[in-house]
Structures are given as structure tokens and as C-alpha cells.
Design a protein around this ligand. Structure first.
Ligand code: PAF
Length: 282
């Protein structure tokens, strides 16, 4: 398996592949790969001749140093896992210095307000960091298609907006959330949960499912209040936010419109680990 750590070399390689009429998929990751990532890689392999998987824990999208320090890094294991999936994968694993040099900062983006709510409200600068690194990966690889999980649905919408604003002619593809058997959305952060909390964390998805069942018969405000009270009573989880929002604008749904699509979005702390999830409501 080819592993690149320099932008210039990866870019030369992908250009050469393109000359051979080879289509390219990009799967950006921060490593600690799990079944969720592998499903993105498999989808990318099914739609492209070659797939570039980037593995880079991007410092500028973390607002807390502690969260960045504790982010799991399992490079050798990740490579072994990818080797088992296909030979048509190349890995891009740059150093922070290669990406940022001495200036480890983000660009500023105007995402039409998509970054002002939910994750953007609670994680200052997070989406500027995501935009900066994803734009750099897209420009370096110039893929036909780039794949992102819907677990980070707000991120997916923001990346679509960034591609539109920056006129990047790459297809941005959202892929369904992969879940553990109890419904917990797969995430590299799940590794940091105790066994008991991880088992109990199916509660997050179950609550979203009840919210979905009630959507349409109860008001958005009463569903939000009910979810808050469920978490108030739970000894293991601290709710950071629960929102019912329009899928496109991500603005909170005060009045439900027949022709709009809505999703429920949630962020919860468990064992000091921040977990997010979302579910389409209609
Ligand atoms: O979703 C992630 O893992 C990261 O935000 C991404 C898209 C790889 C950018 O660092």
C-alpha cells in the first residue's frame, strides 16, 4: 500500500492516475478507523478506480487542547485494516508541519450561518478548521468524489457549502450513519467510554427514535422539552444540546412546514467524552 506524507507527491501521483483515466474517491478521516469509516471506503471503492484515505488529526478543528491530546491515534492498526479492504487504496498521512508549517491556524469562511448553530455554537472555530483541512485535501487530491459520514451532518452541509462557495468541482457524497448493535452511532470516541456507558449509550439513539415517532403529532418545542427531561433524569449522560432543525438551513424548526425536511440533532457528554448523533425525522 502506498503511503504519502507530502502534499506534492500525493498530488503528482493523483494527477498521473487521472491521465490514465482513473477515477479517484477521497475519504478524509482522522484515523482510529472503525466500521463507519470502512463503509465510506467501500462505497468510495465501488464508485471509483482508486481511493485516497487521508489520516490526519487536524489540530485547528479542536477547540480544547485536552480533546485533541486524547483523540485516539492508531496508525498501524488503521493501515492493517485498510490493507484488508483493498489494494486500490492509497493513504495520505501528513504531519502537522507538512500541512500548516509554523502557522497552525484556520482560514475564515462564510458558511451562510450554517456554522453558527449546534456544533458551531459549542465548538468555537471548529468549522473553520474543518473547512481549511478539507479544502486543502480536495485541492491536493482533486477527486471525482469525496465521502463524508452523515453522523457529522452539520459538517457535511458545511463542506457542501464550502465546495459551492469556492467553486470546487468535486462531488460531495453523504453516507448513512453506521451504528453499534445498541444503536450508538459509531465513532472513534466510543473507544474512550467505559463498558457500562457504551452499553447504556444506546439510550441516545432510542431517544432520537422516540422524537421521530412523535414528530408530526407533537410540536417541536414539546419534543425538545421531553428530550431535555429524559436526559435530566439520566445518571450517565449530560445533554449539551438537542435541536430539531431544517436539514438545509440547520435553523431550529419553530413551525413545521410540509415541504421541508427536518432532522433531530443531539450532543451529549458521557464519561467526559462528547458524543453526537442525528436522525432524519420526515
Ligand atoms: O469527520 C472527520 O473525521 C473530520 O472532521 C475530517 C472531515 C476528516 C476533517 O478533519
Amino acid at each position: 500500500m502506498k503511503i504519502f506524507d507530502l502534499k506534492k507527491e500525493l498530488n503528482a501521483f493523483t494527477q498521473e492516475q487521472r491521465k490514465k483515466d482513473c477515477s479517484i474517491g477521497l475519504v478524509p478521516t482522522m484515523g482510529a478507523l472503525h466500521t463507519g469509516h470502512i463503509s465510506l471506503v467501500k462505497k468510495a471503492l465501488s464508485e471509483n478506480d482508486l481511493v485516497v484515505v487521508s489520516i490526519f488529526v487536524n489540530p485547528t478543528q479542536f477547540d480544547k487542547k485536552d480533546d485533541l491530546d486524547k483523540y485516539p491515534r492508531t496508525f498501524e492498526k488503521d493501515i492493517e485494516l485498510l490493507k484488508q479492504v483493498s489494494d486500490n487504496i492509497v493513504v495520505f498521512a501528513p504531519t502537522v508541519d507538512e500541512i500548516y508549517g509554523e502557522n497552525v491556524t484556520s482560514q475564515s469562511y462564510e458558511f451562510d450561518g450554517l456554522d453558527k448553530v449546534m456544533e458551531g455554537e459549542f465548538r468555537t472555530g471548529h468549522f473553520d478548521g474543518v473547512g481549511t483541512i478539507v479544502e486543502l485535501f480536495l485541492r491536493t487530491v482533486a477527486p471525482d468524489r469525496a465521502y463524508f459520514g452523515e453522523k457529522d451532518f452539520q459538517q457535511l452541509q458545511i463542506i457542501r457549502k464550502m465546495a459551492e462557495i469556492k467553486n470546487l468541482p468535486f462531488q460531495i457524497i453523504g453516507c448513512p450513519i453506521e451504528r453499534e448493535p445498541n444503536g450508538l452511532a459509531m465513532s472513534s470516541r466510543n473507544e474512550r467510554l467505559s463498558k457500562e456507558t457504551r452499553e447504556e449509550a444506546g439510550f441516545i439513539h432510542t431517544t432520537l427514535q422516540t422524537a421521530k415517532a412523535d414528530f408530526g403529532t407533537k410540536s417541536a418545542i414539546s419534543i425538545v422539552d421531553w428530550v431535555k427531561s429524559e436526559f435530566d433524569q439520566h445518571p450517565l449522560f449530560d445533554l449539551e444540546y438537542f435541536e430539531i432543525a431544517d436539514e438545509n438551513t440547520l435553523t431550529p424548526a419553530l413551525k413545521i412546514q410540509d415541504n421541508q425536511k427536518y432532522r433531530a440533532f443531539i450532543a451529549v457528554y458521557a464519561d467526559g467524552v462528547r458524543l453526537i448523533d442525528n436522525l432524519r425525522l420526515n
